[in-house]
Write a protein that binds this ligand. Structure first.
Ligand SMILES: Nc1ncnc2c1ncn2[C@@H]1O[C@H](COP(=O)(O)OP(=O)(O)OP(=O)(O)O)[C@@H](O)[C@H]1O
Length: 236
């Protein structure tokens, strides 16, 4: 059996809702373990709603979806933290506690996801900070870091539990182009080490430079570059 192509996300005939409004209909796609996938579409087209459904912030009311082994139709409220442990989630706004050091910010997530052993926590924290090239920043406060560095901390925090997929919603949206490029390269490195990436973005340059698979929210549908011709220019 070829495990490398086993999907980490599988969505079948799903409808994505915001309240009673169907935002995307007839959504079908899967993402394999080693894939890097862009999620594009005009503002308000449903990218965040799809991601929120995937991390169980919005209920899956119609259709089927499985992500990192969790069935989203059947998932119970008390199982959601276990799902989130197996996912890495990165947003545009860095969402670091401004009054806590980088180490404390990371420890906070570790405690919330069940880590108890102090030695193991320290060692894992050092490991993920090294991975994002911020090995010397543990004692700094968020405001002492640049925007790009803060986003790297957020990525380190998302990697703590060795997720099989990172869901990223506009992770380079607030960054200067050069800094955005550095952060993007970090996502590529993480992907090359075996974590799938689903990244919502409006960044034309990234889409032009890196010909990864594209999912596009358009007119209530989700198009897939694997099966349709997708125009990138009209996605903004
Ligand atoms: N909390 C909410 N309650 C009700 N409707 C919402 C909510 N959040 C988003 N919507 C609506 O759902 C639709 C899709 O929004 P969504 O945020 O998923 O789009 P998006 O593609 O991520 O947009 P952007 O690129 O601006 O982030 C929009 O019509 C939006 O107004």
């Amino acid at each position: 059996m070829d495990f490398s192509s086993e999907p980490v996300i599988r969505v079948k005939d799903a409808c994505i809702f915001q309240g009673f409004n169907a935002i995307l209909q007839n959504v079908n796609f899967s993402i394999a373990k080693d894939e890097f996938v862009f999620l594009i579409g005009r503002t308000g087209s449903g990218k965040s709603s799809l991601l929120k459904t995937l991390y169980a912030d919005l209920d899956l009311k119609m259709g089927e979806a499985e992500i990192v082994g969790f069935n989203l139709q059947k998932i119970k409220k008390n199982e959601v933290p276990y799902l989130r442990r197996k996912l890495g989630i990165v947003f545009q706004d860095f969402q670091l506690f401004p009054d806590r050091s980088i180490a404390e910010n990371i420890f906070f997530v570790m405690k919330a996801t069940g880590w108890k052993d102090k030695m193991k926590m320290k060692s894992r924290m050092a490991e993920v900070l090294m991975q994002v090239n911020l090995g010397d920043s543990a004692t700094k406060m968020p405001h002492q870091l640049s925007g790009g560095e803060q986003q790297r901390v957020v990525i380190a925090r998302a990697l703590i539990n060795q997720p099989s997929i990172l869901l990223a919603d506009e992770p380079t949206g607030n960054l200067d182009p050069e800094v955005a490029d550095g952060v993007f390269k970090l996502f590529q490195e993480i992907n090359s080490q075996g974590t799938a990436i689903l990244m919502a973005t409006h960044n034309h340059d990234l889409l032009r430079k890196y010909p990864y698979r594209v999912l596009k929210c358009e007119k209530g549908q989700l198009l897939d570059s694997k099966t349709s011709d997708i125009t990138i220019n009209t996605s903004f």
